[in-house]
Design a protein around this ligand. Structure first.
Ligand SMILES: Nc1ncnc2c1ncn2[C@@H]1O[C@H](COP(=O)(O)OP(=O)(O)O)[C@@H](O)[C@H]1O
Ligand SMILES: [Mg+2]
Length: 484
């Protein structure tokens, strides 16, 4: 039934400008998420270059983001400054990174009390407008922009571009309230925040940077890309792509190489800023722009032994509702209808990651040959519980007559300190020695030689060596086997 509104008396209930703008400030952006939201606009405007810079002056510091995108004319700029400048339900260009028509305002106000946008469209005069919370609070008491420019050569900068836009933040009270210009401690803290901004950009926009779609400079130095997947490394395991939602959404799993397969530099690169454990999980992209970096979106917990698993998910920009993309573009939720499928896929990737983690990357080798891998310990199950037994078929162990030693072996098997090992490994990952790492090489070589000799009874030398490569822990030392 359609409501007939003409029957009602009406009254205006306009929002109180100052209160409303103050509330914008509480959306909860971090500095880095706020900057990323401004960059989204630059990229959507077709920018090839983006320059981020600041001029340290304590509380009077300015922070600016300049782009050489299409720019805006005066009317467009005023509309861009308007909260809710676009209908969130409106279909957008497939490359557009915006959605709610709020980002410029909410991101800027989250960090500062006053910001100016100066813009120039090709063959147009430049224009600028400023939102100033103090002006609105104490003077205007309504939604009113002022035509003021912060001190500096902003106009010259914009005129130097064919087209482009500069967003200038002033009065950044959250970071710099009442900070004197010579407060070195505050300055150090500010620079640390700038480092966070750079790191965030290198992750969130890595595809744009890698593909040379856009160059992003911080204080005139290009920000490098951080790709989470180590795609070009030989030992990275690639899972087949899983199409979801009729192919609109794509998931692709990766298991990154075990530490033993990486040089220290590669290990550091793969670890990223947050470390291996924190970087496991889903990486959700919307139009090539990363929304979520790591974590399992509520499907699983982060676990030490799954830390090599990373899964790429690609979304178009017309599924924002389904994935509940928030204003800050830092949250996404898996739609109920996709949970089971995505969980099954992620479980496979995680299971493989666990194998690589446990066997130090030797899994491939074990799978690709017909001979069997001989571990020292084998995992057993009974009544749904696990325990570990010595593998009596292991070629070294099999040389002994174990009958008389049975009670001793039983004692060792029954008292293996599993809980302690688990706790230590989760609290201090990678802090255990490899087998024989702390033992003199001679001892290990002697051990290998003994087994090699016994293998030579039934095998040609080359065959015997190949078998050694499949016997724990000799598989960890192929160079010793080779030198036999
Ligand atoms: N750097 C820029 N270059 C050109 N246009 C811009 C720029 N920043 C903002 N705009 C315009 O302002 C509008 C509002 O931006 P914003 O508040 O971030 O909301 P949204 O990105 O969701 O549309 C954009 O849709 C765009 O038309
Ligand atoms: Mg935007």
């Amino acid at each position: 039934m359609k409501t007939n509104y003409s029957q009602y008396q009406t009254t205006s209930a306009e929002p109180i400008a100052a209160n409303m703008l103050e509330s914008f400030r509480a959306v909860g952006y971090s500095m880095e998420a706020a900057v990323a939201d401004i960059l989204d606009n630059s990229i959507s405007a077709g920018a090839r270059n983006i320059w981020i810079d600041f001029d340290w002056k304590g509380a009077d510091t300015t922070f600016a983001i300049k782009d050489d995108g299409c720019g805006m004319d005066n009317d467009e700029l005023i509309n861009a400054m308007r909260p809710g400048s676009k209908d969130p339900n409106e279909e957008r260009d497939a490359r557009d990174l915006g959605r709610f028509g709020f980002g410029l305002k909410t991101a800027s106000f989250s960090q500062c009390r006053k910001y100016t946008v100066i813009s120039k469209k090709q063959n147009n005069d430049s224009c600028f407008w400023t939102w100033d919370l103090d002006y609105i609070y104490h003077h205007a008491k309504k939604w009113e922009l002022i035509a003021s420019l912060p001190p500096g050569n902003w106009q010259e900068q914009i005129e130097a571009l064919t087209s482009g836009t500069i967003v200038i933040w002033q009065d950044m009270d959250h970071l710099l309230k009442d900070t004197p210009v010579d407060d070195t401690k505050a300055k150090r803290k500010f620079l640390e925040t700038m480092q966070l901004v750079k790191n965030h950009i290198s992750v969130v926009f890595h595809r744009y940077i890698e593909n040379n779609k856009v160059k992003i400079y911080f204080s005139d130095r290009g920000i490098p890309a951080w790709n989470p997947f180590m795609i070009t490394h030989d030992a990275t395991q690639n899972f087949p792509e899983e199409p979801l939602c009729n192919g609109q959404v794509r998931a692709r799993g990766f298991v990154l190489p075990h530490k033993s397969k990486l040089t220290p530099e590669q290990f550091k690169e793969g670890e990223g800023i947050r470390g291996w454990n924190a970087n496991q999980g889903f990486y959700v992209y919307r139009n090539e722009r990363m929304l979520v970096s790591g974590g399992w979106l509520g499907l699983f917990r982060k676990e030490e032994h799954c830390k090599l698993a990373r899964i790429m998910i690609d979304l178009p920009n017309n599924l924002d509702n389904e994935w509940q993309i928030d204003i800050k573009k830092s949250v996404a939720r898996i739609p109920a209808g996709l949970r089971d499928q995505l969980k099954a896929y992620a479980s496979e990737v995680r299971a493989y990651a666990v194998e690589v983690y446990r066997h130090r990357g030797k899994v491939m080798q074990r799978r690709s040959t017909s001979s069997k891998f001989e571990p020292v310990w084998v995992e057993m199950q009974k009544d749904g519980k696990r325990y570990y037994e010595i593998n009596q078929l292991h070629p070294f162990i099999a040389q002994y007559d174990l009958k008389t030693l049975r009670p001793l072996i039983r004692l060792l098997e029954e008292t293996l300190p599993v809980p302690l090992i688990v706790i230590n490994e989760s609290e201090n990952p990678d802090s255990f020695f490899r087998p024989y790492e702390k033992t003199p090489t001679k001892e290990l070589t002697d051990l290998i030689k003994t087994v090699y000799k016994s293998l030579l009874n039934n095998n040609a030398p080359e065959q015997a060596k190949n078998r050694l490569l499949l016997i724990e822990p000799f598989n960890e030392y192929p160079e010793l086997i080779e030198s036999l």
